[in-house]
Design a protein around this ligand. Structure first.
Ligand SMILES: [Zn+2]
Length: 203
């Protein structure tokens, strides 16, 4: 190796190593990481059922509201939730658009292009519903979950051209809930998610 090329190699190694950890956001990467219904054993809405699309205006965070251990079987939980939604609630699908397990894996719920459902006193039309599995009245969210929520919120902002001021929590809209729980809600209150999205370049 002659001198100039070794200098070039060293310089490029240094620039690689000094790369700051990315605040960069790659929507394709987030999208491709979402586990589709087919993969967790879900059954999509039957083609003969008519559903009205909605225009996305809000990004709204929820928690599952029941304890969800790190070792719990998320696909099994989702299959139960889907069948309960249809048989007991008469909903077309899971109430939420995306669900996040304790490892930060993101699962596809109901299509985000149609309104979700709720047992509480607000109209979820226009809301992208992100649900972190667990009861955050008791548990603390971990970093993998916070990162997954951030990525999903960024994906929603990118895909539907939304600003960070439409990020909120369930209890901002409904009076009869503590969702997303007193240990997760502070991340909305103190602007944690909004700040991380701004670092990615969202307004
Ligand atoms: Zn909720």
């Amino acid at each position: 190796m002659n001198l100039p090329s070794s200098i070039i190699l060293i310089v490029s190694l240094i620039s690689l190593l000094s790369c700051t950890p990315a605040a960069e956001f790659n929507p394709e990467l987030v999208e491709s990481g979402i586990i589709p219904q087919e993969e967790w054993g879900g059954e999509r809405i039957a083609v003969n059922i008519e559903v009205e699309p909605h225009e996305l205006r809000y990004i709204t965070l929820h928690h599952g509201g029941v304890t969800f251990a790190d070792t719990s079987d998320a696909p099994a939980y989702l299959r139960n939730l889907q069948s309960w939604s249809r048989s007991d609630r008469d909903w077309v699908d899971l109430p939420y658009h995306y669900l996040i397990d304790p490892q930060g894996r993101i699962y596809e719920g109901r299509s985000v292009l149609i309104p979700g459902d709720t047992n509480t006193d607000y109209d979820p039309t226009g809301h992208a519903l992100i649900c972190v599995l667990g009861n955050f009245e008791v548990a603390e969210p971990n970093q993998a979950q916070l990162d997954a929520v951030t990525s999903l919120m960024a994906l929603m902002a990118e895909r539907f051209d939304l600003t960070t001021d439409v990020i909120g929590g369930h209890k901002d809209y409904a009076t009869n809930t503590v969702c997303p729980g007193e240990n997760l809600y502070p991340y909305l209150e103190d602007g944690y998610f909004r700040e991380r999205l701004r670092e990615m370049g969202f307004e």
